[in-house]
Design a protein around this ligand. Structure first.
Ligand SMILES: [Zn+2]
Length: 193
């Protein structure tokens, strides 16, 4: 009988990655997304995390690659969108708060907060959807109605690329991440606990 081998720390332990909560499939809306995480070391020794997300019910799948030097640390991610490119990926943990200051709009994590994996366009569409619901609710209140209407107009301009704006993802606990192909548009400020 050989000596028991020293147990290697798991990927999650090594990087204190947050536990992933169940995420509903964005395509079929019935299946659950299964996330497979693999660590990969690049030739320059930088480690990256590859996320493979697959629905257990339909054929939906996607890959994300996340550089680990800054990923998932508590921080404020500020994305400045000036060219109408809405493809940056947003990975919001249950503790992350998303704000769009130009429209004075904030998405706070609800009581059933869960991981939100989408892109900037997905966030804008969500905000637009909510604004439209609010408009109906406040149709009798002149002042509020005007304010929501102007927020909605700004959001529409952000969506069609005619307005430059900031998207801020703030996460004091860590677990959130913004991934863009254009690094110069992203500013990361770390928060130390
Ligand atoms: Zn599905």
């Amino acid at each position: 009988m050989g000596k028991p081998r020293e147990k290697e720390p798991t990927l999650d332990e090594k990087y204190s990655l947050p536990d992933l909560q169940e995420v509903k499939c964005p395509r079929c809306e019935t299946g659950t997304i299964e996330v497979n995480r693999t660590l990969h070391q690049l030739p320059d020794k930088e480690e990256i995390l590859i996320l493979l997300m697959e629905c257990n019910s339909c054929s939906f799948s996607r890959n994300d690659v996340i550089p680990l030097h800054s990923a998932f640390q508590p921080g404020i991610y500020t994305l400045h969108i000036t060219d109408g490119d809405l493809t940056a990926k947003i990975f919001r943990s249950p503790t992350g708060v998303i704000t769009l200051p130009e429209a004075d709009f904030e998405i706070e994590p609800g009581s059933a907060a869960e991981y939100l994996i989408t892109n900037v366009e997905g966030i804008l569409n969500r905000m637009i959807q909510w604004s439209k619901v609010m408009l109906k609710q406040y149709s009798e209140h002149e002042q509020e109605y005007q304010k929501i209407q102007s927020t909605l107009n700004i959001l529409m301009e952000c969506l069609d690329g005619t307005k430059n704006f900031h998207l801020i993802l703030s996460d004091k606990e860590g677990g959130s991440y913004v991934l863009t192909t254009n690094e110069s548009t992203l500013y990361i400020e770390s928060i130390s606990n």
